[in-house]
Ligand binder design. Structure first.
Ligand code: ZN
Length: 200
């Protein structure tokens, strides 16, 4: 098993991995899914356990449309790396179970620590469950709602630095994210990128 934090794309050097964090959310996840479907893009959804448990229909839709699941902990505690191993274990494994139950048995293939707060312990634990630790290269900062133009510009400026791009489909009004995806996905295709999944 590989306990290192994955960034590369399974589509090679011109691959891009779209990752969507913190959902599922009943308002925004369907809109994100609609845009991804419109452009034929498969993405990786890093789900919060309590959100998955609350919205199993959305988890099932994500899987049915060909996307992959990622464990993003039970409660998105960004101080995870300062907590006990017992706490980390509960956060990682309970979320894995909540997401798997919500999906109808499809297991998350990755683990992304909330806020990137990985520890050697949580990486090893996740990997032992078949969940590759997952990082990112391009933080679109969409969570802070800088405006659609700024989100698009960040992707255009930084995608050459690495293939894994971070978006959010929960945690507030994500209309800028939806609109940015609508512009970024065809732009990436025009630039010769193809869409893949993070390596495992
Ligand atoms: Zn997050």
């Amino acid at each position: 098993m590989d306990v290192s934090i994955a960034h590369a794309s399974d589509r090679g050097p011109r691959g891009v991995n779209i990752t969507v964090d913190d959902g599922p959310d009943p308002r925004w996840t369907p809109q994100v899914l609609d845009v991804l479907r419109e452009y034929g893009v498969k993405a990786t959804f890093c789900m919060v356990g309590t959100q998955a448990q609350a919205h199993p229909d959305l988890v099932k839709r994500v899987v049915a449309e060909g996307h992959r699941l990622c464990d993003h902990s039970v409660s998105h505690d960004t101080s995870m790396d300062k907590q006990s191993e017992a706490y980390q274990k509960q956060q990682v494994l309970d979320a894995e179970r909540m997401i798997t139950e919500a999906s109808g048995g499809v297991r998350p293939m990755y683990y992304r620590a909330p806020g990137g707060a990985f520890t050697p312990y949580s990486r090893t634990l996740a990997a032992s469950r078949g969940m590759r630790p997952l990082g990112w290269n391009v933080d679109t900062k969409d969570f802070e709602r800088p405006g659609t133009d700024a989100i698009v510009a960040t992707v255009q400026r930084e995608v050459a630095n690495g293939p894994t791009v971070l978006f959010h489909d929960a945690g507030g009004d994500r209309s800028q994210t939806v609109e940015a995806l609508r512009r970024v996905l065809p732009w990436l295709t025009d630039q010769g990128y193809s869409f893949g999944f993070p390596v495992r």
